[in-house]
Every structure is written in structure tokens, then in C-alpha cells.
Design a protein around this ligand. Sequence first.
Ligand SMILES: *Cc1c(COP(=O)(O)O)cnc(C)c1O
Length: 345
Amino acid sequence: MNSSISPITGPDTLGLSRFPRVDICHQPTPIEPMIRLSEHLGSAQFYIKRDDCTGLAGGGNKTRKLEFLVGDAVSKNADTLVTQGAVQSNHVRQTAAAACRYNLASHALLERRIADTACSYESTGNVLLDRLFGTQLEFRGPGLDMNAEAQATCKELEATGAKPYFIPGGGSNEIGALGYVSCAQELVHQMATMALDFDWIVLATGSTGTQAGLVAGLHQLGYQGSVLGVSVRQPRDKQINAVHSLCQRTLTKLGVDDEIPVSKIKVDDGYVGGGYGIPANSTLEAITIAARYEGLLLDPVYSGKGFAGMLGMARADFFKPTDKVLFLHTGGSSALFAYEDVIVS
Ligand SMILES: *Cc1c(COP(=O)(O)O)cnc(C)c1O
């Protein structure tokens, strides 16, 4: 499995080749300048790393995590991937596609986390694609412990003779986070070869694996800039603790005996709006700006909120004029179609 991984993403300083991995991700993902947006904001130089272009089934950040999660599943001879997410989960879509690539069955529990959704919310966007990939979908009401529900489903599948492999929501455990340790290696290599040093890396943070893996990797590689997560759901302190905890567990997985200072985990919770999956006005504005200045597709649940955070900080003169700011585009545009009624025309 490992032999097919392309080495062009830079040196494997942190030894990721030790871990089982499958090859499903287009990498390195490009880094592009956002020239018109930078002119418009007039406050710093803005760039974007296109993890919306990871290549699997519409792309997105879960593909990097799934390289290690599916690698682990295959190495344990599993035959079924079991996971969970909100109804319009990008993670469930990418997991369903990865399962197809490795001839695994897939089973996903979708939580009806949001009230008053459009009538097509449970049939279009990511759900349509989940069905195309033949994943077995089950819906659940809001507020359950969804990881516990998915583990109960694993037990039921085991009783029928299947070999399920449990993937937590968002693929966020220390195995999935290795995908963003890999991204950190790739990014440090890109910064060196492009002679570009980013002062800030801004991204949307939800189930925490992306920020945790990125910070763990960048910290070990001596990156001097800051990573800022824009929360899509939880209040700041809760999110910081959750990211920090997974960051530490990821370092342990890497065999590194080091403490990440909590101060390295930066989170802004000012762009959550009405809650998970409910776009705020700032989210919708960010989606429109990214589309009309840069021809980019953001999404109403994650990257729209992350981008809104970056715009808000730029407008508040948070960045120095000489700062180079990188937005990590984590994908999600499939969900746009499930929000037809709120996306500005
Ligand atoms: C899951 C997701 C995120 C958040 O990543 P986490 O690792 O869950 O914090 C951000 N953007 C998109 C589009 C996602 O699907």
C-alpha cells in the first residue's frame, strides 16, 4: 500500500511511512495567491491552500484523514466502514467513496442536528452522493451520542458476521489526524520551495482533527507562525481543549514525548452564528465574496465560516500589512445544493 504513495509532498521528517496508508488523495494540493481578494481587503497578502481539491469524490479535508483510517481498516482485514455525521456530512461522503475504492461496504448514521431545514436537505448535496456510493444510511434524531450509536451499529454488524471498522465523526482521532500531520510536512516543504513564509494559517474547525494534526505536525517541524481555527460549533474554550487533547494524542501516536503549550491552540468562536450548520449573514457574505473575487466555492457549514473569520480579522486590522495569511480550504461545496434557499443569487 505504501509503495504507491508519491514522495513529492516533501521529506517524511516525522516518519509517517510507519503507518498503514492508502493512496486516495491528490497531493500536494496547490497554494494559490488570492490577488483580487488581497487588493479588495488592502490589509495583508492572502493565499489559499486547495484542500478542497484532494481529488476524491469532490474533495475536502476528510480525504487526507481517510488515507490513514482506511489504511488501518484494510490492515485489520475489515470489510465494512462505519461512521457518523450530520445529515450533510462531507466526511460521510468521502468515507463512502473511499470504501468503494477499497471494496469495502459502508454504513453511516446521519444525525438530524438542524431544525427547519429545506425539504431537499435530506436528499440533495452530500446525501445524494452518499446514495450514489451505495452507503447504507440510517437517520437519527438530534442530541444522541452519535459515536456510541455508531459503535452499537458495529456490534450489530459483527453479530451478522461482518468485520466493521469504526471511524469516529469527522475521522477525528489520532489516526485520522495523521492526515494533517502529513499536510504539515507538505506545507513546510511548499513554504521552503516557494520561498513563502506564512505568518497565519486560518481554517474552519469542527471535530478538531484537522487543526490538531496540523498543529502537531507544524510544532514538531519548528513552524514559527500561528494556526487559527474558526469554530463552526463549539465555544472557544471547549474547542481549544478538544483540539489540544487530540493534538497531544497525535504526538503520542507519532512516538513524540513533547507537550504542546495550550497557547499554541488558537480558536475564534465569533463566527458560529446560530449554531452548527446554520449559516450566519457573515457566512453567506464570505461565500459570495470568495465566489465573486476569486471564483472559489466555499460551503455554508464550514469553509464559509472559516473564511468569514479571516475577512472579519482583516477588516479589524488584525493582520499586519506585511503579513502573509494562508486560508486552508477544507472543501464542502457539495453542501451548497442543500442550502439553495439561503445562498444569495
Ligand atoms: C469536517 C470539515 C471541517 C472541519 O474539520 P475538522 O477536522 O472536523 O475540525 C472543515 N471544513 C469542511 C468542509 C469539513 O467537511
